[in-house]
Design a protein around this ligand. Structure first.
Ligand SMILES: Cc1ncc(COP(=O)(O)O)c(C=O)c1O
Length: 305
């Protein structure tokens, strides 16, 4: 590809042994890619923001829920790069008092993002809303940064990971899946550097076919950026269902148990994404094998809401 990514993340992130929690388990600490600019989204933004700058755009526009990690990371990155940022935040109830704002939403405010609230019904039409808000001067980043270019964040993360595991490869690499982009990049990256190691996404909302469709589209787009990449189809993406629990961003008692089990060992998970996926890891899902690597994708501000 002839686009040089920006350097926004603290990387390489550590690959740690967590056999104290589960024998054979290692965790790639992508929750440590930064503090305010943290989690998995930063890796995608290194490519997406570079593209926005290469096109000479002065601001970016993106969308997500009121407590979106992706919108927060985009707002922080834009502020650091001296660019404007507009976020379309989905919420049924518009928050009133800014001093009562929490978590990601509070941080978006703190870095001066231009915030527009949209109802869940309006949000259905988000692609059109994004394009309209971007106009000709702005750069539209899709929900979760999950397109072919964003996938490069985890194509390169897979390369980073393979260097770290050296001659001790895992039986699988597991991540939480909320908009499909992280899984897409991981699967493409592993197909390139370690074809015998499967990537698994644990769905935290929606279902497997939805994410397989999104990931296959991202793979086709990624090949337009770099024709040397393996092109993966829907069936090449492994998505595990069964861990959505009570629904997106809804916690269940079983998830609280997982949160506390990890927390007591000093591994802090977020309540929306990583706790659901980590529950599948602790349940020793047979598909993951006996020596999985879990990607901790961050999201800790979700605990502060
Ligand atoms: C903390 C965290 N983990 C995992 C995910 C899932 O990543 P993706 O949207 O690329 O599927 C997200 C975002 O959706 C996230 O914010």
């Amino acid at each position: 590809m002839n686009l040089t990514p920006l350097r926004l993340a603290q990387r390489p992130t550590p690959l740690e042994d967590w056999s104290a929690l589960l024998p054979g388990l290692r965790i790639k600490r992508d929750d440590l890619t930064g503090s305010t600019l943290s989690g998995n989204k930063v890796r995608k933004l290194e490519f997406l923001m570079a593209h926005a700058q290469a096109l000479g755009k002065s601001y970016v526009v993106t969308c997500g829920g009121l407590q979106s990690n992706h919108c927060r990371a985009t707002a922080v990155a834009a502020a650091q790069l001296g660019m404007g940022c507009k976020v379309l935040l989905r919420t049924a109830t518009v928050p009133q008092a800014w001093d009562a704002a929490t978590g990601n939403y509070r941080l978006m405010r703190a870095v001066g993002a231009d915030i527009e609230f949209v109802t869940p019904a309006e949000y259905q039409d988000r692609a059109r809303l994004l394009a309209a808000a971007a106009g000709t001067r702005g750069y539209a980043i899709p929900e979760g940064g999950s397109n072919g270019l964003g996938a490069f964040g985890y194509i390169t993360a897979a390369e980073e990971l393979a260097t770290q595991w050296g001659d001790d490869p895992p039986t699988s690499v597991v991540c939480a899946t909320g908009s499909g982009g992280t899984l897409a990049g991981l699967a493409i990256g592993l197909a390139k550097v370690a074809p015998s190691v499967p990537a698994w996404g644990v769905a935290v909302c929606d279902d497997a076919p939805t994410f397989q469709r999104i990931a296959a589209r991202a793979s086709a787009e990624a090949c337009e950026w770099d024709a040397s990449l393996p092109r993966l189809g829907e069936a090449d993406f492994n998505v595990l269902e069964g861990y959505v629990g009570r629904g997106y961003a809804q916690s269940s008692p079983e998830e609280q148990v997982t949160l506390m089990k990890a927390g007591r060992r000093g591994l802090v998970l977020d309540p929306v994404y990583t706790v659901k996926a980590f529950r599948a890891v602790l349940a020793q899902e047979p598909a993951f094998g006996s020596r999985p690597i879990f990607i901790h994708t961050g999201g800790l501000l979700g605990l502060m809401t």
